[in-house]
Design a binder for this molecule. Structure first.
Ligand code: PGA
Length: 245
């Protein structure tokens, strides 16, 4: 399976000039990597970044889409239809920062997934346990509950990727061991298979950097990486992409 390395820029960078510079650097980096590369700029920078990357192989994705509808009276939201019109290939759904800062539950996430799938986006569904849940040995049960959002949605496997991101590993410099990630990814794949969804890529996210990417990439059940902080530095992102190539 081809591997994926996706940069989640979150609420960065501060200026359009920095966002376009990063897009140019990623365009160059993509020429040295054979994995599938993607990035998720903010909605405000989306159009400019897509314009720079439109002739490259780099996917540009949304960080989120509106749950309530595709058009209409939803102040402050951006819809799946609009991001597709702007050239988006995929969207993140259910990132832990959306779950914690915006209280997103499976009910809301199911609506977002439905809208994204309807308009042809690939959904990168983000799941992961908190530190307390990890310490209490609840990781796999938490993931099962988060994956239950897919029940009854009939998501085509070509439109789905999972990003396993332990909440406690995001932005902290802490990571589970590769063996722990492998156990978790096997469990996620088995869960999906039990829902009739086979051959879906499962990415790891949480403090991936140019030092640990090589070891993660050697693990056969890690199908790529979702990268936050290190995706804002073109050189680090490029090295991570090369590790997964
Ligand atoms: P990080 O973020 O690489 O900065 O830990 C990952 C993510 O939140 O997707």
């Amino acid at each position: 399976m081809i591997k994926y390395v996706i940069g989640n820029w979150k609420l960065n960078p501060a200026t359009l000039a920095d966002a376009t510079a990063l897009a140019h650097a990623i365009s160059l980096a993509s020429k040295q990597a054979s994995c599938h590369i993607g990035c998720c700029p903010t909605f405000l920078h989306f159009g400019a970044v897509k314009e720079i990357l439109k002739d490259s192989s780099v996917w540009v994705g949304a960080q989120d889409v509106c749950a309530f509808g595709k058009m209409g009276a939803f102040t402050g939201d951006v819809s799946a239809t609009q991001v597709v019109d702007m050239g988006a290939n995929f969207t993140l759904i259910g990132h832990s920062e959306r779950r914690s800062y915006h209280g997103e539950t499976n009910v809301v996430l199911a609506d977002k997934i439905r809208h994204a799938i309807d308009v042809g986006l690939v959904v990168v569904l983000c799941i992961g346990e908190t530190k307390t849940q990890y310490d209490q040995g609840e990781t796999l049960a938490v993931l099962d509950e988060q994956l239950s959002v897919l029940h009854g949605l009939d998501v085509p496997k070509q439109q789905l990727l999972i990003a396993y991101e332990p909440v406690w590993a995001i932005g902290t410099g802490l990571t589970p061991t590769v063996d722990e990630v492998a156990i978790t990814h096997r469990h996620i794949k088995a869960n999906l298979a039990s829902q009739g969804i086979d051959d879906v890529g499962v990415l790891y996210g949480g403090s991936v950097n140019d030092n640990n990417a090589k070891e993660l990439a050697t693990c056969e059940v890690i199908d790529g990486a979702l990268v936050g902080g290190a995706s804002l530095k073109a050189e680090s992102f490029s090295l991570i992409a090369q590790a997964f190539s």
